[in-house]
Design a protein around this ligand. Structure first.
Ligand code: ZN
Length: 354
């Protein structure tokens, strides 16, 4: 274990965070039930693209406000989202994600316990191969290096995100995506790591691909789920977990599908900065919490940025799931947090009773 790992134990005893009804001032968050104030929530955002430029204040290449990653993480912690998995989709993002997860001062100042993945996103799969389609062995060796270093720190807990995406074939053809996916299943097998999986509009191909190789890795989560109830059932049958975020609750059909997924197999996430609950979504009336939100051009540190999703928004996912399953936000948080610990083999931390 490297020095990074010692810090896991140090922050591991941090107390669970009490949900605050106010993020800033007295009116920022409105309580849905009135009972939340006395309850404790602990949650993990299992899909946070913390390497995204928006958390550095950059939008489409132009600087709109100061970098505020630490503040963003702290806002999540203030509502109990005190764990996050930083996703990587390329070799360079894998390096950056590991550096963030290993940044002891960021973890200490934000209060958020950060972990990371290493891998190549399906739409970026061409990076693994040269123009003739031959494997870039140096790229793969360097990715292995990140995985080995990350595993040694205890901070790198999954291979991914990888999988199949047929919505964006203009970035990468199916054959290349499958080759990349297979290589990463082999990495998960070799390093005995769970998989952070992406599946978009693959008409059964993803399920078939998984079914043929499911015994090669332990746990896997299909994140940002937007598929059908039948596909969800097939994934559950394969022993996979399902990651839900704002994009998973767009339509009434989505909500009906989400209801069929037992909480014991659900992980919660934001896919921040991307997949929030929008006013047009079928789930919009189900959310209870809100934060002040400014346009990026009128940035204020205490407010979120309109259109930029961040870990605090995991609370929306918990609130929607609580209503779909007719239970409490606290119960959804407890079950899904335990799922995260199980899937990623995180150190078990007893919530504080104080
Ligand atoms: Zn994804």
């Amino acid at each position: 274990m490297l020095s990074c790992a010692a810090f896991v134990a140090a922050v591991g005893i941090r107390k669970a965070t009490t949900v605050r009804m106010s993020v800033h001032g007295s009116t920022a968050v409105r309580a849905g039930s009135g009972s939340m104030a006395s309850q404790k929530i602990r949650a993990m955002d299992v899909a946070l693209n913390l390497t995204d430029a928006m958390y550095k204040g950059q939008y489409n290449g132009s600087q709109k406000h100061p970098a505020d990653m630490e503040r963003v993480l702290r806002r999540g912690v203030s509502v109990g989202v005190d764990h996050a998995l930083v996703l990587a989709g390329t070799l360079s993002e894998s390096r950056e994600a590991l550096a963030l997860a290993c940044d002891e001062s960021l973890r200490a100042s934000s209060g958020c316990d950060l972990f990371c993945t290493a891998g190549v996103h399906p739409t970026r799969s061409k990076e693994l191969f040269d123009v003739h389609g031959a494997l870039q062995s140096k790229y793969l060796e360097e990715l292995r290096g990140v995985i080995e270093r990350g595993k040694a720190t205890g901070r790198l807990v999954a291979v991914g995100e990888t999988g199949l995406d047929y919505d964006r074939l203009h970035f990468c053809d199916i054959e290349t995506q499958k080759r990349s996916f297979l290589i990463q299943i082999e990495l998960a097998e070799e390093y005995e790591l769970p998989m952070l999986l992406h599946n978009r509009n693959t008409a059964g191909d993803f399920v078939a691909f998984m079914r043929a190789r499911r015994t090669r890795f332990t746990h896997g989560v299909v994140h940002s789920y937007t598929g059908s109830a039948d596909e969800a059932a097939a994934l559950l049958e394969l022993g996979l977990y399902i990651g839900l975020n704002g994009c998973s609750f767009k339509t009434e059909d989505n909500l009906d599908t989400a209801k069929t997924i037992p909480l014991e197999r659900v992980l919660v996430e934001t896919d921040g900065p991307y997949c929030g609950v929008r006013p047009t979504h079928a789930s919009a009336t189900m959310i209870r919490s809100s934060w002040p939100a400014n346009d990026k051009k009128k940035y204020e540190p205490h407010a979120t940025v309109k259109g930029r999703v961040e870990p605090c928004h995991v609370l929306h996912v918990l609130e929607i799931l609580a209503q779909l399953h007719d239970t409490s936000v606290e119960k959804v948080a407890r079950i899904t947090f335990e799922n995260s610990q199980r899937v990623f083999g995180l150190p078990i931390q007893e919530p504080s009773s104080a």
